[in-house]
Design a protein around this ligand. Structure first.
Ligand code: NAP
Length: 293
């Protein structure tokens, strides 16, 4: 068997087209564009690239982008003041504080200060609680993108056995909740899990979010399973730096029904689901029915 490659770029492009149409509809109905505010503290080069590309994507899809770059030594209260101002600003529908923050800042306190209605990163405890309770809220971007890829590849997920490897608040935990919401039977694995190979071997859906290059071996994968590889690790091979996922792609491709590549799988969906959440937040805040995205 050779697995179908799940093309994250193509799926993200399709979603982008729908978001742009929704942003236009929102403009017609309200006279303004959905607005995304991104806050960067410091000069971490990777974070600068992420912030710039988020702003560019928002503008490309017909949304407003507000970028706030603060110095590395910003005090906690100044950052909280900015979050308060963005909460109160009616033109801002989504607020994203780029993580990680410099070590002297309390990330959780900053996330908790964001109005949950504008929490487009889905990291506020109220957003996590809404997901567990099955209430409308904003869902963390990466797991939301993974779920979209799974549904577009497999259709109905009801009754399938799924394993999520990794239990972070950012990826693993919300991913497991989303799969449970689709009526999968979910196993959550982590660093203390015993006999991971056996547990992976029983799963129809494998979502790997660990951050260890190729730790999931091809021979663990159940024939016909669908594999979503969230992991991104930089490794040196033959003098070259390569981006590798958590799954042995070559080995898994001979057994899986479908698999995401790294790069080009989950990554392109993550930025687009941020745009999705911004559009959704805009409609909800305006009291308008959100379109199907
Ligand atoms: P994280 O917070 O470091 O969590 C890693 C998880 O993996 C932890 O729950 C840990 O278990 C578990 N783990 C570690 N070693 C393990 C092992 N040997 N077997 C099973 N589980 C193990 O990482 P994260 O933020 O969730 O990110 C995970 C990966 O996804 C990273 O490579 C990150 O770069 C990538 N990522 C990619 C995107 C994207 O858009 N492509 C977005 C977000 C993250 P414990 O809880 O027991 O320590």
């Amino acid at each position: 068997m050779t697995a179908q490659i799940i093309d994250g770029k193509a799926h993200a492009a399709g979603l982008g087209t729908r978001i742009a149409a929704a942003a236009e509809t929102f403009g017609t109905q309200t006279g303004r564009k959905p607005g995304l505010a991104v806050v960067l503290v410091g000069t971490d080069p990777a974070s600068e690239i992420y912030v710039r590309s988020k702003g560019r994507m928002a503008r490309k899809l017909g949304m407003e982008s507000f970028e706030h770059v603060l110095p590395e030594d910003t005090a906690q209260e100044d950052l909280l003041d900015l979050v308060d101002r963005l909460n109160a600003d009616g033109t801002v529908d989504g607020i994203l504080v780029q993580l990680p923050l410099p070590g002297h800042l309390d990330s959780l306190a900053v996330i908790e200060a964001i109005d949950p209605a504008k929490d487009v990163d889905g990291l506020h405890p109220a957003s996590a609680g809404a997901l567990v309770s099955g209430l409308p809220g904003l869902v963390s971007c990466t797991p939301l993108g993974c779920l979209m890829l799974l549904k577009e590849t497999l259709g109905n997920l009801s009754g399938l056995d799924a394993i999520v490897i990794g239990r972070s608040i950012l990826v693993g935990k919300p991913m497991a909740q989303l799969l449970l919401g689709e009526s999968c039977t979910v196993t959550m694995a982590h660093s203390r899990t015993r006999d991971l190979a056996e547990k992976v071997g029983r799963a129809d859906i494998v979502v790997a979010a660990v951050g260890q290059a190729e730790m999931v071996k091809g021979e663990w994968i159940k024939p016909g399973a669908t594999v979503i590889d969230v992991g991104t690790s930089r490794v040196m091979r033959d003098g070259q730096t390569l981006l590798k996922g958590d799954v042995d792609f070559e080995g898994a491709s001979t057994r899986a029904r479908a698999i995401t590549p790294v790069p080009g799988g989950v990554g392109p969906m993550t930025i687009m689901t941020l745009m999705h959440n911004t559009a959704l937040a805009a409609f909800r805040r305006a009291g308008l029915p959100a379109p199907e995205l």
